[in-house]
Design a protein around this ligand. Structure first.
Ligand SMILES: Nc1ncnc2c1ncn2[C@@H]1O[C@H](COP(=O)(O)OP(=O)(O)OP(=O)(O)O)[C@@H](O)[C@H]1O
Ligand SMILES: [Mg+2]
Length: 356
C-alpha cells in the first residue's frame, strides 16, 4: 500500500532509559529508514507509569529533531504496556450487536476506574466460524488507558510543536516491527516476542497477526545497574559504565559483577518461563516455535544462548531493520550498535495517520 507523505509519522519511543526517534519513508516499492537517533535520559525522568521530568523529555526530543534535521511534525508515540489494561473478549456476531456499547459494558466490569477517566480502544483480532456453524464469534482485544496519562504525553509533545497523531503501546509496536522484519514466519505457529528494556520486560505471544497473550513486568536492565550501585556504593553513571564494561574490574569485584549479571538474567528467565507456562496452559497442544528477543538489555553478551539453554526453545535476536531499506547517510556500524533498542521506535515509525 502506498502511504501518502502527509500521512507518514515520526516514531518516538519514550523509554525509561532513552528516547528513540525514527523516520521511515514509505515509498512505492519499499520502506526506507531515513533517520534514527537515541537520546539518553537522566535516571527517573521517565518511569513505566509516565513522564516524571517533562523538561528533560522535551529537551531530548527537540534536540533529536534538530540534530537529525527532521521536518515532519506529525508523530506516533507509545505508552508503556505496564500502564494500560487489556482484556480479551469473545462476542457472537449478530445484526443487533452494537459493538461499542457491548465493549463499554464489558470494560466496566474489568476496569477498576471510572469510565470517564479512561480511553477505550479495541481491535477485532479474529473472526472464528465454528465447524458447521454459520455464526461467527469475534475475538476482540480491549485496551484501556488512563486519560490523564495519555493526555500528559500529548501535552508534552504539543509543547514542543509536534502533532501527536497516534498514541500506541510499546508492546504492540514491537509486534508491528516484528511483522515487517519477519514476513516468512509460519502463520500457524506461536512466536514469543520479548522486549527487555530498562524497567520493563514486555512479552507478547503472537500467532499470525494476532496477539494471544501479553504481559508486562517491572524488571529489566535497571535491576543490574541498581545492584551494582548498591554493591559498590556508587552513582548511576558509574554503575552503567561498569555494566557496559567501560570500567573494567578485576578479581573479587569482577566476580561480584558477574554474579549480579547471572542472578538477574536468571530472574528474567524465570519470568519468561512463567509466561511460557501460562501460554501452554491456555493453548494446550501448541508449542512455541521460537523466541525473538529485543530491547537494550539483550545486548548482554551470550544472553540468547543462555535463554536457549534454560528455556529449551530456539532464541533469536530480533533485527528490526531487516525489512527496511536503509538511507545511505546512516552509518551501518551505528545502526548495528542500536539495533536492540530500536524495535519499538521502528514499530511506531511504521504507523501512519490512516491507521487510526
Ligand atoms: N551492552 C549492554 N550491556 C548490558 N546492558 C545494556 C547494554 N546496552 C544497553 N543496555 C541496557 O539496556 C537498557 C536500555 O534498553 P532500552 O533502550 O530497550 O530501554 P528503554 O526502552 O529505555 O526502557 P523501558 O522500555 O524499560 O522503559 C538499560 O538498562 C541499559 O543499561
Ligand atoms: Mg522500551
Amino acid at each position: 500500500m502506498v502511504i501518502p507523505k502527509k500521512n507518514q509519522l515520526i516514531g518516538i519511543d519514550i523509554g525509561s532509559h532513552s528516547i528513540k526517534i525514527v523516520e521511515i519513508e514509505h515509498k512505492k516499492k519499499e520502506k526506507v529508514l531515513k533517520n534514527i537517533g537515541i537520546a539518553y535520559l537522566p535516571p527517573l525522568a521517565v518511569s513505566p507509569s509516565g513522564i516524571k521530568d517533562p523538561e528533560a523529555v522535551k529537551t531530548a526530543i527537540s534536540n533529536l529533531f534538530q540534530n537529525l534535521k527532521i521536518k515532519n511534525k506529525k508523530v506516533a508515540t507509545g505508552l508503556s504496556a505496564s500502564s494500560i489494561i487489556t482484556k480479551k473478549i469473545s462476542l457472537v456476531e449478530s445484526e443487533e450487536l452494537n459493538l461499542e456499547e457491548v465493549i463499554k459494558e464489558e470494560a466496566e466490569r474489568f476496569i477498576p476506574f471510572d469510565m470517564d477517566e479512561i480511553y477505550l480502544d479495541y481491535d477485532i483480532m479474529d473472526t472464528i466460524y465454528e465447524e458447521n456453524e454459520e455464526i461467527a464469534r469475534l475475538e476482540i482485544i480491549v485496551v484501556a488507558s488512563k486519560k490523564d496519562l495519555v493526555d500528559s504525553y500529548v501535552k508534552i509533545l504539543k509543547e514542543i510543536d509536534l502533532v501527536p497523531s497516534i498514541v500506541d503501546v510499546d508492546i504492540f509496536a514491537m509486534q508491528n516491527a516484528f511483522e515487517l522484519s519477519n514476513p516468512d514466519v509460519d502463520m500457524e505457529k506461536i512466536y514469543l516476542l520479548v522486549d527487555i528494556g530498562s524497567s520493563t520486560i514486555n512479552t507478547n505471544a503472537v500467532k499470525g497477526n494476532i496477539s494471544l497473550f501479553i504481559r508486562s513486568s517491572q524488571t529489566g536492565g535497571i535491576s543490574i545497574t541498581k545492584k551494582i550501585m548498591k554493591e559498590f556504593q556508587i552513582g548511576f553513571e558509574e554503575a552503567e559504565k561498569i555494566k557496559f564494561g567501560i570500567i573494567e574490574l578485576e578479581g573479587d569485584q569482577e566476580k561480584k559483577v558477574k554474579d549480579i549479571f547471572r542472578d538477574t538474567v536468571k530472574e528474567w528467565v524465570d519470568e519468561i518461563k512463567g509466561n511460557i507456562h501460562f501460554i501452554h496452559n491456555s493453548y494446550p497442544g501448541e508449542e512455541i516455535e521460537k523466541i525473538f528477543i529485543t530491547g537494550g538489555s539483550t545486548n548482554i553478551l551470550n544472553i540468547e544462548k543462555f535463554f536457549e539453554k534454560e528455556l529449551e526453545i530456539p532464541v533469536e535476536r530480533l533485527d528490526p531493520f531487516s525489512g527496511l531499506a536503509i538511507d545511505k547517510n546512516i552509518d551501518p556500524s551505528y545502526l548495528d550498535s542500536i539495533k536492540a533498542q530500536s524495535t519499538v521506535a521502528i514499530g511506531l515509525g511504521l504507523r501512519n495517520i490512516a491507521d487510526k
